[in-house]
Design a protein around this ligand. Structure first.
Ligand SMILES: C[S@@+](CC[C@H](N)C(=O)[O-])C[C@H]1O[C@@H](n2cnc3c(N)ncnc32)[C@H](O)[C@@H]1O
Length: 206
């Protein structure tokens, strides 16, 4: 099925895990606390610049989309995709598609486009609580995000990917490192200490 564009205004669900960052996000108008993780990544690595094109994989409920759009400004372009619809109101230069990152429908990918300067993946599987299962599912999403980054990033572009650290995460990081000039691992302060999530930040696509 072809991707459908969703830019309807509307509300958002409260995170079940309510903490300092959740309240702060809600106060500043973002639908999820995850915005603070991208803000920290941006402060440290300065990946998203005015006028650039950003692809956000796993973009719902839309915090990263909104923050990336502030950084690119209207001369840039931000595209997101997620299994779930984004219901917050988005600027006209932001498009959010309801689709699976594993979609094999070329019409979906035509709609998403290519030649992005930055590919972000904050995708997370539905967690089971079983560490190995969750890490394996996270790795599948990371592998797919990496394939998309390779196909749709411009040379010199950047890739940010959340991964649940597990047995194969090191090998994945090494694979990413071969395709980029630089790779760092980054754990934002806004990420719960108990969570095994970490962000791979790769710059300078070869
Ligand atoms: C932590 S949330 C992303 C939050 C987002 N960065 C924000 O700031 O609003 C992870 C998202 O990954 C999405 N996701 C998981 N598997 C996916 C898949 N196969 N295709 C597309 N999105 C997926 C989920 O639906 C979920 O909305």
């Amino acid at each position: 099925m072809a991707a459908r564009r969703r830019t309807r205004p509307g509300g958002f669900k409260k995170d079940s895990w309510s903490d300092h960052y959740t309240h702060a996000a809600q106060k500043t108008g973002y639908p999820a606390r995850s915005v603070f993780k991208l803000q920290e990544i941006q402060r440290k690595f300065r990946l998203i610049k005015k006028g650039r094109r950003v692809l956000d994989l796993g973009c719902a409920p839309g915090s990263w989309l909104l923050y990336a759009a502030e950084l690119t400004g209207p001369r840039g372009w931000v595209t997101g995709l997620d299994l779930k619809a984004v219901t917050v109101s988005l600027p006209p230069f932001v498009a959010a598609f309801v689709m699976d990152v594993f979609s094999e429908d070329p019409a979906d990918w035509d709609a998403v486009g290519e030649n992005f300067d930055v590919v972000l993946s904050d995708m997370a599987p539905d967690t089971t609580g079983a560490r190995d299962v969750d890490a394996a599912r996270s790795l599948q999403l990371c592998d797919q995000a990496f394939s998309i980054a390779q196909a749709r990033l411009t040379p010199g572009g950047s890739f940010v990917c959340k991964i649940f650290f597990g047995a194969d995460a090191k090998a994945f990081t090494e694979t990413v490192a071969e395709a980029f000039a630089g790779v760092k691992l980054f754990k934002p302060a806004a990420s719960r200490k108990a969570s095994r999530e970490i962000y791979i930040v790769a710059t300078g696509k070869k």
